[in-house]
Design a protein around this ligand. Structure first.
Ligand SMILES: [Zn+2]
Ligand SMILES: [Zn+2]
Ligand SMILES: [Zn+2]
Length: 324
């Protein structure tokens, strides 16, 4: 496998070598099957065994060894698929999805992510550490066992670069954080809010890309997730809020992506000096939840412009009053 960059769209795309299908057999993430996945990168345990465990992904898309060796082929760019690909096993119970776990347990999952992100960002080869979870088969969940994935990459994904640039531009014009302004406006209008308290707000974004898209933004400004969610008390507070929002989303679909957007690795070797100079002021970490519906793929493939069949105001109202 290797990364190839499309010179037109600027997307780095991972190129598979061949077809792959999971072998039949026991779940490699279940307690008792640790020999299938022996390396433990992080563990939270109680007397009875592990509660949350982080291991290399049993079928990694990226390889941890070596350098990216960026090289050209005429006008094209490619590099080795160097990176980290880890799986946060969220719970010993094979069928207990994140949103149904206790608040303390969700907080332990958040704590595991914070620990791994902090560790991975010490590796100067990696420019971005990404955290996401695919829930349900339509969202591409490959392993059935409840898990979150963490990847560390030698480039910043294009969707994040777009956000970083747009936040930087807004800050240079207004000397204010775009996300703080969005959060304050949504809180004042309450047209698209799903839930909020004194620390977090969840809402359906004004130009939602699809039905029931939901963002979670901390009300206190912070560019970097793993630096601002270090205290157990904060992890607990966020865990409770996040699980509550996921349960609301699950009243409309069993399939969704949950993605964390946070600042890139500012220690990375190839980060241009001063490029993200104002990042601590201009960027603001957040979660994005993108529900997947069976009909969505169709509308995607026939249109150049994203099409959302449910107005965000309607979606938010439904999620706000959902009894989860
Ligand atoms: Zn399992
Ligand atoms: Zn902000
Ligand atoms: Zn984002």
């Amino acid at each position: 496998m290797e990364f190839r960059k499309d010179p037109v769209t600027q997307n780095w795309v991972i190129q598979e070598d061949g077809e792959f299908s999971w072998a039949e057999g026991p779940c490699p993430l279940c307690p008792g099957q640790e020999s299938l996945n022996p390396l433990t990168l992080y563990e939270h345990a109680n007397g009875a065994g592990w509660e949350v465990r982080v291991t290399p992904h049993p079928r990694p898309v990226y390889r941890i060894e070596g350098e990216a060796e960026r090289r050209g082929e005429g006008l094209y760019d490619k590099m080795r698929n160097v990176g980290a690909h880890e799986v946060v096993v969220e719970h010993p119970d094979h069928s207990l999805t994140l949103s149904r776990q206790s608040d303390e347990h969700v907080a332990q999952v958040i704590r595991a992510c914070v620990a791994r992100m902090t560790d991975l960002k010490k590796d100067r080869r990696f420019r971005y550490v990404s955290v996401f979870r695919n829930q349900g088969p339509l969202a591409g969940q490959d392993l059935e066992h409840p898990h979150t994935q963490i990847t560390a990459l030698p480039f910043i994904p294009r969707s994040v670069v777009y956000e970083l640039r747009s936040a930087q531009r807004y800050f240079s014009l207004k000397e204010r954080c775009l996300f703080c302004d969005i959060a304050q406006q949504e809180l004042a209008q309450k047209l698209r809010t799903v839930d909020w308290n004194d620390r977090w707000i969840a809402f359906c974004p004004f130009a939602s890309r699809g039905p029931y898209e939901t963002w979670i933004i901390p009300l206190a400004h912070s560019a970097t997730f793993e630096e601002s969610v270090t205290a157990w008390e904060t992890q607990l507070h966020l865990g409770k809020f996040l699980a509550g929002i996921l349960r609301r989303v699950e009243t409309v679909t069993a399939n969704y992506h949950l993605v964390l957007h946070t600042s890139p690795n500012l220690n990375a070797k190839f980060e241009r000096a001063g490029h993200w100079r104002s990042i601590r002021e201009d960027f603001h970490w957040h979660f994005e939840i993108l529900p997947v519906f069976p009909q969505r793929a169709k509308s995607y493939s026939i249109r150049e412009v994203l099409y959302n069949s449910v107005r965000p105001e309607t979606a938010a109202e439904r999620l706000r009053y959902a009894t989860a």
